[in-house]
Write a protein that binds this ligand. Structure first.
Ligand code: PHE
Length: 430
């Protein structure tokens, strides 16, 4: 999210929530309630009821759910690897509310004011002060401030995105943080730890932050990379090939992404780096240095268990869930598809207004079509230069998990989508 989203432009403010209310609702909704808390609706509000329904489902804590199994495997790895007198030193937090302030999601993490990830087109806002977290890193500073040195945060995160088999507006992440004082960092690694420093006057470079001694950066980097490589081995087996790619995140420097070779393709599995000292200084941990990483669990689970479509994680179908009923989370499971009913494709074309955001349309399709929508693809863009008008043609792929999707049924949903798109998004149907 923090490196790839620079193409989007800011767009107009409007009340999206009210637009999704049924027609019978009279008046303007002034607040929206999430987990018992009310939030004033304002022009930043863009959460839809379909998204709010997902809050509290906590797939990462549902026993036997594949997202929970994979989280248990990672958690076990951290418990076993890092111990003090035989006890795990990592604490795990899996029950933080997904509603966070913009300060938690962005400012605390040094995300610049004009960073594209702050756009309404990319994140779900309850209003101009609160949002659904776009990453679990949003809680990092709070836990550091509370005095924790080693912790994992697991939770549901929310991002506005395209609609296809590997993107869903809600998914799960696991973040990890480890902080070191001089003693923690050097004692096990070198014979004369006292000769080494965490901080000195080293200048900023691609390899380290200003003020971090080179030996400290390298030791943190080594601990981080070896930990995450070992975690990849625990998940994917000892023969898994991995590679490190330089990356950028506002809250770490240097930063990397870990890729694994899976079925002959490099697949990005996580982002990580050395925590920006400014964050530690502001959180009462200025005498320490540390690393952080964050990764999406669906993507890992899809590879690990051969799950072909991200919507399946939300399935209540026992034919899906029963395949993961294992008491040992380390069991090998290969998902066997139980339904491959044929899809039904319908194309929809319209002229777009000046302030059009594709993510608004994807959200609308998800809200009205639910999980029957497998994919939405922009298949044609046509600009009529004379009239300065642009038309988009989207192909909506419907597929029912349990039965054949009838064309009439798909047509009826598409009709509703078309009607809402023209009233709510101001498109002109062709
Ligand atoms: N929060 C980042 C993301 O969602 C991942 C990350 C976490 C990167 C911690 C570095 C450190 O993309």
């Amino acid at each position: 999210m923090f490196i790839k989203r620079f193409l989007l432009t800011q767009y107009g403010l409007r009340c999206y929530l009210c637009q999704h209310r049924s027609k019978s609702t009279v008046g303007h909704q002034k607040t929206t309630t999430v987990l018992g808390q009310s939030y004033e609706v304002d022009p930043w509000t863009n959460v839809s009821p379909a998204i709010l329904e997902k809050i509290g489902m906590n797939l990462h804590s549902q026993k036997y759910h594949p997202i929970c199994l994979i989280r248990q495997r990672i958690q076990d790895f951290f418990y076993k690897r890092f111990t003090k007198r035989g006890n795990p030193i990592f604490s795990v937090f899996d029950n933080e509310s997904p509603v966070v302030s913009l300060k938690q999601n962005f400012d605390n993490l040094l995300v610049p004011e004009n960073h594209p990830s702050r756009n309404q087109a990319d994140s779900y806002y309850l209003n101009s002060a609160y949002m659904l977290r776009a990453h679990c890193t949003a809680h990092q500073q709070d836990f550091i401030r509370a005095g924790l040195n080693s912790f994992l945060i697991v939770g549901d995160v929310y991002r506005r995105d395209t609609v296809d088999s590997s993107h869903y507006p809600v998914f799960h992440q696991l973040d990890g943080v480890r902080l070191f004082d001089k003693h923690d960092l050097f004692e096990e690694r070198v014979s004369q730890p006292d000769a080494l420093q965490l901080f000195d006057d080293t200048k900023h470079s691609a390899l380290n932050q200003a003020g971090h001694a080179i030996e400290a950066t390298l030791a943190v980097q080594h601990d981080l990379k070896s930990t995450l490589e070992d975690m990849a081995t625990i998940l994917f087996g000892k023969d898994i090939e991995t590679q490190w790619v330089d990356a950028y995140f506002p809250f770490t420097h240097p930063s990397w992404e870990l890729e694994i070779k899976y079925q002959d393709k490099w697949l990005e599995v996580l982002g990580c780096g050395v925590i920006q000292q400014q964050i530690l200084n502001k959180s009462g941990a200025g005498s320490k240095v540390g690393w952080a990483f964050g990764m999406g669990l669906e993507r890992l689970a899809m590879k690990l268990y051969d799950i072909p479509d991200i919507r399946l994680f939300w399935s209540k179908d026992q034919r899906f869930l029963d395949q993961f009923r294992v008491d040992d989370p380390h069991s090998n499971i290969q998902f066997k598809p139980f339904s491959i009913h044929p899809p039904c494709d319908i194309d929809l074309s319209f002229w777009i207004p000046e302030m059009f955001q594709e993510n608004d349309f994807y959200d609308l399709v998800r809200s009205l079509g639910g999980n029957i929508v497998e994919k939405v693809e922009l298949i044609d863009v046509y600009t009529y230069t004379k009239l300065k008008r642009t038309s988009h043609c989207y192909r909506i792929t419907y597929r029912h998990p349990d039965r054949v999707m009838e064309k009439v049924e798909a047509d009826a949903i598409t009709k509703k989508i078309a009607a809402e798109a023209s009233t709510k998004l101001n498109v002109k149907l062709r």
